[in-house]
Design a protein around this ligand. Structure first.
Ligand code: GLN
Length: 532
């Protein structure tokens, strides 16, 4: 029997439900269970692929090529769960499927309604993502905040689902905020009471209340929350602020959350083993040997979530090299205005992440030039590979006005151009070259030395690609094509011959890095930066 944990959030958004779900997954794995995690997003987009990072933050990509919510990134970083498109359920997807069935005639004679048709579709989607892979526990995070109109069908669906499963097979964990009011010098439980009350009004009883808080919640406050929220005080868990998100599973375990979940779900408790996580992740975070400052150049740097996986993978690189990472966020448009030099004083490495659109592109090209000329370690990812190739073509190969056709359609030297398969594509949603593709590495290159194997697989999300017509002239001038797709022959990695560490890849290695299993390219990039 698969057990289910439903996670909802109350009071305010951004409390870290994703980290909570991922941490609970980690705790269950530490006790020997197999888990998967599903994110339900109540918006009407079918997936976040068409949304701006300002709306949504990063778009995370799974192996099977789904464009998903960034919380799936947390789930994969914290656990061993292998996620797919089934792990991100949106209102858009649910309605799309129900309306398609209605047009096909599947509901002939019936009025199609939110209850039961939408709620059944939600339940079936959750079941679909849970089945066939021998999971012991399925964690389902409901996005948004309790009380949102658009979240109601999801809440109704999990209410029904819990009833069908039986109360020892499913529990509800509600994440709330317990604020500390400075002027009164005390913490306040009322918002939590209201939020749990709202949940109760729609028929959901919280089994465990997870309270985000700055200060430890005293015994009396726990008792009060328990009394008014209809749980034992021991089911009121404080989720106190921590410096690193990777401490969260340990804190939860110290609070007894894992034991409590096991008891409520009548699971057989193995001994918890978080020692590897503590040793590999937390200890190096606490005692780094030195600081390494790395610049990330983008146009969404004002937004914390836009480059989430990049920042996390850099932290993993720092952990694996036992250094403290300092990220200098550089706005590419400012480089266009003021030149590169001003922004890179004393940085040890420059990273250009993925991106779309012409705004800020010349700033990124200048950053690539600055890194190449000053022998600063450079890591280009997707668009960061395009900028590196454009810069090298213009300034080393003498290819005047070389560009990507994404930014200059009629350029005489289109060193980056639209993939052939993209030429007929009209629709925007889920039509890029997406997901895992193979890549073959050339021996003796920086790429090979990082991975230490020939055949790798990495995740993609792009429409433009290196133009093979320019292969010879660019190679002759000193770029090594160190990674190639064996089927399509597309260029996946380029690197500079004459540079301490200058590597750019077409894929997104950041999606496959974990704190205790750093991605080899992030490990080597941070190492090169630390050695500078
Ligand atoms: N805009 C570029 C393309 O579509 C790069 C995409 C990316 O960086 N993810 O190919």
């Amino acid at each position: 029997m698969i057990k289910y944990i439903f996670i909802t959030g109350g009071v305010i958004s951004s409390l870290g439900k994703g980290i909570a779900a991922a941490s609970i997954g980690k705790l269950l794995e530490a006790k020997g269970l197999k888990v998967t995690i599903i994110k339900c997003d109540p918006y009407l987009n079918v997936d976040p692929g068409t949304m701006s990072p300002f709306q949504h933050g990063e778009v995370y990509v799974t192996d099977d090529g789904a464009e998903t919510d960034l919380d799936l990134g947390h789930y994969e970083r914290f656990t061993n769960a292998v996620l797919s498109r089934d792990n991100n359920i949106t209102t858009g997807k649910i309605y799309y499927s129900v309306i398609t069935k209605e047009r096909r005639g599947d509901y002939l004679g019936k009025t199609v309604q939110i209850i039961p048709h939408i709620t059944d579709e939600i339940k079936n989607s959750i079941k679909k993502a849970s089945q066939g892979k021998k999971h012991d526990v399925v964690i389902v995070e409901i996005g948004g905040t309790v009380g949102d109109i658009e979240g109601l069908p999801f809440l109704e669906a999990i209410r029904q689902f819990k009833l069908e499963l039986g109360y020892s097979n499913a529990i509800n964990i509600h994440l709330t905020l317990v604020p500390f009011i400075k002027s009164a010098g005390e913490i306040k439980t009322k918002p939590t009471q209201h939020s749990v009350g709202t949940l109760r009004e729609i028929g959901i009883m919280a089994d465990i209340i997870l309270c985000r808080t700055e200060k430890n919640i005293p015994k009396e406050a726990r008792e009060k929350i328990g009394l008014f929220c209809n749980v034992n005080p021991e089911a009121v868990i404080s989720a106190i602020d921590v410096e690193s998100i990777y401490e969260v599973p340990i804190k939860y375990s110290q609070e007894g959350l894992d034991t409590l979940i096991f008891r409520k779900l009548k699971l057989k408790a193995g001994k918890s083993d978080l020692s590897q996580w503590t040793k590999a992740v937390l200890e190096p975070l606490k005692s780094p040997s030195k600081e390494v400052e790395i610049a990330v150049v983008g146009k969404y740097i004002a937004l914390q979530d836009a480059y989430k996986s990049i920042y996390e993978a850099l932290i993993h690189g720092a952990i694996s090299n036992n250094v403290k990472l300092v990220i200098r966020k550089v706005d590419s448009e400012l480089i266009e205005k003021n030149g590169a030099e001003k922004y890179f004083k004393n940085v040890k490495g420059i990273l250009i992440p993925g991106g779309f659109g012409v705004r800020g592109i010349e700033g990124k090209i200048s950053a690539a030039q600055f890194a190449r000329e000053n022998k600063i370690p450079y890591f280009g990812i997707c668009l960061g590979m395009h900028t590196a190739v454009v810069e090298f073509s213009r300034n080393v190969c003498g290819l005047k006005n070389a560009n990507s056709t994404e930014f200059s359609k009629g350029t005489k030297n289109p060193v980056i151009s639209l993939l052939d398969e993209q030429k007929a594509v009209k629709e925007k949603g889920a039509t890029m070259r997406l997901g895992a593709y193979d890549c073959t590495l050339k021996k003796g290159t920086k790429a090979y030395n990082a991975y230490k194997k020939i055949n790798i697989s990495e995740r993609h999300r792009h429409r433009f690609e290196f133009n093979s017509k320019f292969h010879d002239i660019i190679e002759k001038n000193g770029i090594i094509f160190s990674g190639i797709n064996p089927q399509s022959k597309l260029v996946e990695i380029v690197e500079l011959k004459d540079h301490p560490w200058f590597l750019a890849c077409q894929f997104h290695p950041e999606f496959k890095s974990k704190p205790d299993r750093v991605h080899p390219l992030f490990r080597e990039f941070v190492k090169a930066a630390a050695n500078r």
